[in-house]
Design a protein around this ligand. Structure first.
Ligand SMILES: [Zn+2]
Ligand SMILES: [Zn+2]
Length: 372
C-alpha cells in the first residue's frame, strides 16, 4: 500500500518535471495507542500523520508528535537518525553491534551463564523494515516480527536429503572403564558420535544417557506437532524425571558442550529452524515460554503462517492475523511475504546503516516511516 503510494507520488513529481533529487520526503504515521509498539496497518483511525521534507541529516524525535531536528545537542526521545552522504540518505542503526561486542556475548554464553540476549541490544530503538507482498530473502540470524511475536532464524538447512546420514556410526567400541551404561537402552557401547553423557544430577547406575537416547527423549517430551510441516519444541518444564534437575540450554559433559537447540535439529529432511521469544519480544527465562519452530520443507514450496487452524505454522497470539504471512522456497532459498496482516510483518535491521530507497518503509516503535 505504502509502496504504491510512494511510486505514485514520485510519478506525479516527475510529471511536473520539478523533482529535486537532493530532497527527501518523509511521511511519519504514528499510532496514538501505545500497545506493545504495534502499528495498525489496517486501520487509519488514531493515526497521526506528519510530513517532513529534508535536505540534510538529522533526527526524527518524539513519541506521539514527531519532530525533525538537525541540531544533535537537543535530542530527546530519538525515533530515528538519518545521515546524508554524497546525495544519499541512510538510516543509522542505533543497535548495531560490532563483531567484538558479539564475541564477548558469545563467550559469556559459552561459559555457561544464561545471558538474556536482549540486554545487549537495548541501546536504542529497533529499526524494522516493513515487508510487503513482494517479500524478502531470509538469512540465518535474521529477526522477524509478526504482530508482536518475534522469531530469530536459527538455521536454514535446505540441502538435507531424506534418509541421508543415519547408520554411519553403527560401529561402536565398548569402553574398558566398566559399568558406565545408558539408563535408557542399558547398553554400555559408545562412540564419538554417540557418547554417554551426564546432563543432569543423576548418579550411580542411572548417571549416563546416550546422546542419541537423549535426543529421542527430548523429542518425546517436548515435540509438539502442529501440522505435517511444523514441529514446535517448547522448553517449558524441561527437567529430568528422576532427579528433577532443570535442564539448562547448554550443558557440559566430559569436555564438550551440548546445546539443546542443536540436539533438536532434524537430520533427515530440509528445514528452517526459528526460535521464538515471548510476546513482548523479550527473551524469556529459559524453561519458561521460549521454544523453537522447525519448519519442514519436504515436498512443499510454501508454508502459511498465522493464527488460523488452517495455516501450517500456527502462532497463537492476538496480534497475529489469521492468515498473516507465508514462507516460500525458491532455488533453495527461503523468502518471507506478508499477507495484508493487521500489525505487519517486519524484518529487523541488523547492519550499521541502510541506504534509503524511495518507496521504502520502516517501522520504529509504533511509527511507520515512509520515504519518497
Ligand atoms: Zn542409550
Ligand atoms: Zn537426572
Amino acid at each position: 500500500m505504502g509502496n504504491c503510494k510512494g511510486q505514485c507520488y514520485q510519478k506525479s513529481l516527475s510529471q511536473t518535471n520539478n523533482i529535486d533529487c537532493t530532497k527527501l520526503v518523509i511521511v511519519v504515521k504514528t499510532w496514538q495507542k501505545d500497545a506493545f509498539s504495534l502499528f495498525d496497518y489496517e486501520n487509519a483511525t488514531n493515526v497521526q500523520e506528519q510530513k517532513f521534507i529534508i535536505n540534510s541529516g538529522g533526527y526524527l524525535v518524539g513519541r506521539n508528535q514527531i519532530e525533525w531536528i538537525e541540531n544533535d545537542s537537543i535530542i530527546k526521545d530519538e525515533l530515528c537518525k538519518i545521515k546524508k552522504k554524497n546525495e544519499n540518505y541512510f538510516i543509522v542503526n542505533p543497535n548495531f553491534q560490532n563483531v567484538d561486542k558479539k564475541q564477548v556475548i558469545q563467550e559469556k554464553e559459552e561459559c555457561h551463564t544464561i545471558v538474556n540476549k536482549t540486554v545487549s541490544d537495548k541501546i536504542g530503538n529497533k529499526i524494522w523494515k516493513v515487508i510487503h507482498e513482494n517479500g524478502i530473502l531470509l538469512q540465518e540470524e535474521d529477526v522477524i516480527k509478526l504482530g508482536r511475536v518475534k522469531f530469530t532464524i536459527r538455521q536454514i538447512a535446505l540441502d538435507i536429503k531424506p534418509q541421508e546420514q543415519r547408520s554411519e556410526c553403527e560401529s561402536s567400541q565398548s569402553n574398558g572403564s566398566e559399568q558406565a551404561m545408558c539408563r535408557v537402552c542399558c547398553s554400555s557401547q559408545k562412540n564419538p558420535k554417540n557418547p554417554l553423557l551426564n546432563p543432569c544430577k543423576c548418579s550411580g547406575s542411572i548417571k549416563y544417557i546416550h546422546l542419541e537416547c537423549l535426543k529421542t527423549w527430548l523429542r518425546m517430551k517436548l515435540e509438539n506437532r502442529q501440522s505435517d510441516n511444523c514441529i514446535v519444541y517448547l522448553w517449558k518444564n524441561l527437567e529430568c524425571e528422576l532427579c528433577k534437575y532443570n535442564y539448562p540450554p547448554k550443558f557440559k559433559s566430559d569436555d564438550a558442550y551440548y546445546d539443546l537447540v542443536e540436539l533438536s535439529k532434524p537430520n533427515d529432511y530440509p528445514y528452517l529452524m526459528m526460535e521464538f521469544t515471548n510476546k513482548q519480544g523479550q527473551q524469556l527465562e529459559w524453561n519458561n515460554s521460549s521454544g523453537i519452530y522447525i519448519l519442514k520443507f519436504l515436498n512443499v514450496q510454501e508454508l502459511k503462517v498465522g493464527r488460523s487452524n488452517e495455516t501450517d505454522i500456527r502462532v497463537n497470539d492476538i496480534s497475529v492475523s489469521r492468515n498473516h504471512a507465508k514462507l516460500q522456497v525458491q532455488d533453495k532459498k527461503v523468502y518471507l511475504f506478508d499477507n495484508h496482516s493487521k500489525f505487519g510483518t517486519l524484518h529487523l535491521l541488523r547492519s550499521e546503516k541502510i541506504q534509503i530507497q524511495r518507496g521504502m518503509e520502516v517501522q520504529v516503535g509504533r511509527s511507520l516511516i515512509s520515504f519518497s
